[in-house]
Design a protein around this ligand. Structure first.
Ligand code: NAD
Ligand code: IPM
Ligand code: MN
Length: 351
């Protein structure tokens, strides 16, 4: 089979971790007799610098035409001027919106050999296997915003908007994913304060009768943040709005041991998906062969599984990552000394 993948290296450590994931994907494709047609395109700060737009038209067109997109990260201090009209992050947000990728899956699986790397007590981590389902194209990130001068000074707004259909489609995916796992869905909101959360909660309640085999519970986001680090094994699938999901998934990465380990899949109605590590451009590590490539390599596995349907190959990558970790391969964030490319070599050797 032939598949077209667009790689968007982006900024900071993005190009390094994408290179690692592509090496692994190419090795897997070669071994399995599949063909991967890889093209590279600009996004984020790199695109701003080269062509003056964070999401150039030809990048978007190439992504629309592809079977899947693999992204590194966008952003960095050189583009952080708060009064700039264009920012790297707009490239990523625009891509998610334009491709209709409303659901962001962020699995947090524990590699048992890394239990000591997490700052949490090892006994808390026993049996942890959490899947965060983050709504990705609505909420505060995409509502109308304003910035105006008033007699009292400047005034800024970001409006948190959700429609019922937007909430329903991501909740349905949460229920369906729970059906394929441990049948528990925790819907996270702030229904004691926010109208959007009360709509979210009512919608979850309404759908629950269609999924009688799933145990639905609601939890407020503040106490959910605490539960994630005090009783993480009690959680199966979490489903939540865009910004809560952004924050909770970085918190959840502490369970695994490092932000650099977590992959993600952003999915919509069709097969086309966007795959990226959950971490950012890690500017202080950039260009020094210091970043952990595993989050991006594992995003490559999700790409094979969800967009190409190459389940055996996806599993192969995940097993190889598990094997090299259990043999002691560690980047610095995991307390080791391996660089980005040496860690990638270790994965390739374990494949
Ligand atoms: P970050 O995720 O880049 O870094 C947070 C911390 O985790 C840092 O200490 C960093 O060194 C470490 N880290 C991140 N990735 C790592 C890896 N692969 N290996 C080892 N350590 C790693 O978050 P930040 O510092 O808040 O943001 C930096 C920039 O990245 C900002 O411009 C932000 O907008 C952008 N960002 C982009 C994305 C994305 O492209 N999806 C996600 C988050 C942040
Ligand atoms: C992420 C990032 C992005 C987000 C930023 C860079 C726009 O933090 O992918 O988690 O908030 O979605
Ligand atoms: Mn984030």
């Amino acid at each position: 089979m032939k598949a077209r993948v667009v790689a968007l290296p982006g900024d900071g450590v993005g190009p390094e971790v994408v290179r690692s994931a592509l090496r692994v994907l190419e090795a897997v494709a070669e071994r399995s007799g599949h063909r991967l047609e890889l093209t590279e395109a600009l996004i984020g700060g790199a695109a701003l610098d080269r062509v003056g737009a964070p999401l150039p038209d030809d990048t978007l067109a190439a992504c629309r035409d592809a079977d899947a997109v693999l992204l590194g990260a966008v952003g960095g201090p050189q583009w952080d001027d708060p009064s700039a009209r264009l920012r790297p992050e707009q490239g990523l947000l625009g891509l998610r919106k334009e491709l209709g990728l409303y659901a962001n899956l962020r699995p947090v699986s524990l590699w048992p050999c890394l239990a000591q790397v997490s700052p949490l007590k090892a006994e808390l981590l026993q049996g942890v296997d959490v899947l965060v389902v983050r709504e990705l194209t609505g909420g505060l990130y995409f509502g109308p915003r304003t910035l105006e001068r008033t007699p009292e000074g400047e005034r800024a707004t970001d409006l948190l908007v959700y429609t019922e259909p937007e909430i329903e489609r991501v909740l349905r995916l949460g229920f369906e994913l729970a059906q394929r796992r441990r049948h528990k869905l925790c819907s996270i909101d702030k229904a004691n304060v926010l109208e959007t959360s009360r709509l979210w909660r009512r919608t979850a309640q309404r759908l629950a009768s269609e999924y009688p085999d799933v145990q639905l519970e609601h939890q407020l986001v503040d106490s959910a943040a605490m539960r994630l680090v005090t009783a993480p094994a009690s959680l199966d699938v979490l489903v939540t709005e865009n910004m809560f999901g952004d924050i909770l998934s970085d918190e959840a990465s502490v369970l695994a041991g490092s932000l650099g380990l977590l992959p993600s899949a952003s999915l919509g109605a069709g097969r086309l998906g966007l795959y990226e590590p959950i971490h950012g451009s890690a500017p202080t590590l950039a260009g020094q062969d210091l970043a952990n490539p595993l989050g991006t390599i594992l995003s490559g596995a999700l790409l094979l599984r969800h967009s190409l349907g190459w389940e055996a190959e996806a599993r192969g990558i995940e097993l190889a990552v598990g094997r090299c970790l259990s043999q002691g391969a560690r980047t610095r964030d995991l307390g080791g000394t391996l660089g980005t490319s040496a860690m990638t070599d270790a994965v390739l050797a374990a494949l």
